[in-house]
Write a protein that binds this ligand. Sequence first.
Ligand code: ZN
Length: 63
Amino acid sequence: MEFGVVICPRCRMARAVKLGQKTTTCTRCGKKFEVKGRVVYRAGDAREAAAAVAEVNKKLMEK
Ligand SMILES: [Zn+2]
């Protein structure tokens, strides 16, 4: 199972999704959005994806 990291277009929070799922719902703001075209990082497993999400959110908060 491959995972991807996507960023919510509304609140800019990163979250992990399973690659292959078409849409996801942001846990922070509830926005439902398409996964396609929004994957900023690909991970081989859930653990790597979670680490990538933490890293991306950290960077987003610095801006
Ligand atoms: Zn959101």
